[in-house]
Design a binder for this molecule. Structure first.
Ligand SMILES: [Fe+2]
Length: 372
């Protein structure tokens, strides 16, 4: 299966996985043929991509670190925490720790190289899904840094609830497309303070968890907020969640920002390592996150085009690639697709990545879609 951006070029392709809303209700079942109408409706509902059947990608694994059930459990825990703030009810400590345990278990299973955290992120669901991703990524970084036991759980809780303070920011500001006015920006930038206060009240969560909310927008060079802390003044958990939060935000579809591909986000983070972000944290992150996730189309130095099949033990820069088109751009016959390791030889150096529109053009031109 292949995860592709939702657009007209997917017409007549078959869904490889059901499309569900944030509550887990199935909107379209697996196996459904995508009509123009379905594609339109899903776009209107805020979906940006779907999994489709695609012969050359038959054996490409699903690009998802977390199971839907885990993701949903974590979303419900965040929702409960937010409700407890707005309604003044009991804080859902057990739900939150159960959700963190579930995320932790899956991250531990997948810790070699992960990809595919971003899924549906419509306007309303964004904060939730984003927070779950930040939790998974923060745990991944922390494990790479050797953090274990109770501290690891505190990182998980803090990362999951890092944006809890957003419940106190007016929804119009959070959802506003385009730039914010100075006054609105000031309000939005209070969410770390609010989150910190909220989490500090629940002492069983641990002081570190509260620090994650307080410090995730601080930057090593002092350019962050709310306090403009520098370097070691920022707690380690704050430095970790900052990287996870930035990466997931960069690679998400949001109203006010164009989405970056994983390799672009990785490059950007690497470029800011040692300035905005702690070098050691960025390094650990980059060693564990897929630069070229499964299902990405790569342009190789010899002119060929291929599809990333899976990650390898050589590390994030060296995925296994199935070459689908030769240097002249001609489709290679089905079944005779060579498999090469990207960046392992001069001919297989990655010189580019097909962007969304280019993938659609590529699929149409090669007529590789087997479903008609
Ligand atoms: Fe935030």
């Amino acid at each position: 299966m292949l995860r592709l951006p939702l657009g007209p070029s997917l017409e007549n392709m078959f869904l490889a996985k059901p499309v569900s809303d944030i509550q887990g209700r199935i909107l379209l079942a697996a196996g459904v043929r995508l009509t123009r109408n379905f594609i339109l409706r899903l776009s209107e509902l805020g979906f940006h991509e779907v999994y489709v059947e695609y012969a050359p990608a038959e054996d490409v694994a699903e690009r998802s670190l977390l199971h839907e059930a885990t993701r949903r459990e974590a979303v419900l825990a965040i929702e409960a925490a937010m409700k407890s703030r707005t309604r003044g009810s009991r804080f859902p400590v057990e739900e939150v720790s159960r959700a963190v345990e579930a995320v932790l278990r899956e991250v531990e299973l997948n810790r070699d190289i992960v990809a595919g955290l971003t899924m549906l992120k419509d306007l309303d669901g964004y904060t939730f899904i984003h927070s779950v991703n930040v939790c998974a990524l923060s745990l991944l970084i922390s494990m790479g840094l050797g953090i274990r036991g109770r501290r690891l759980r505190e990182v998980g809780v803090g990362a999951l609830l890092h944006d809890l303070g957003k419940v106190s920011v007016p929804a119009e500001i959070l959802r506003k497309p385009g730039g914010l006015t100075e006054a609105e920006l000031l309000q939005a930038r209070l969410h770390p303070d609010w989150g910190y206060e909220a989490l500090r009240e629940v002492s069983s969560l641990g002081e570190e968890a509260a620090q994650a909310a307080y410090q995730h927008h601080e930057r090593m060079d002092g350019s962050g907020y709310p306090r403009g802390l520098r370097g070691e003044e920022i707690a380690e958990i704050g430095r970790i969640v900052a990287v996870a939060d930035s990466y997931d935000a960069m690679t998400s579809d949001r109203v006010y920002q164009g989405k970056k591909l994983p390799h672009q986000a990785c490059e950007e983070l690497a470029g800011m390592a040692g300035r905005s972000y702690e070098g050691r944290v960025v390094e650990t992150f980059l060693a564990h996150v897929a630069v070229y996730p499964e299902g990405t189309f790569l342009r190789l130095a010899d002119g060929g085009t291929g599809l990333v099949l899976r990650q390898t033990e050589q590390g994030p820069l060296y995925p296994l690639v199935r070459v689908l088109a030769d240097p002249a751009g001609e489709a290679l016959p089905a079944g005779a697709w060579p498999e090469v390791m990207a960046n392992a030889a001069p001919a297989t150096v990655v010189v580019g990545i097909l962007e969304e529109e280019e993938v659609a053009v590529f699929l149409r031109r090669l007529e590789l879609n087997p479903v008609d």
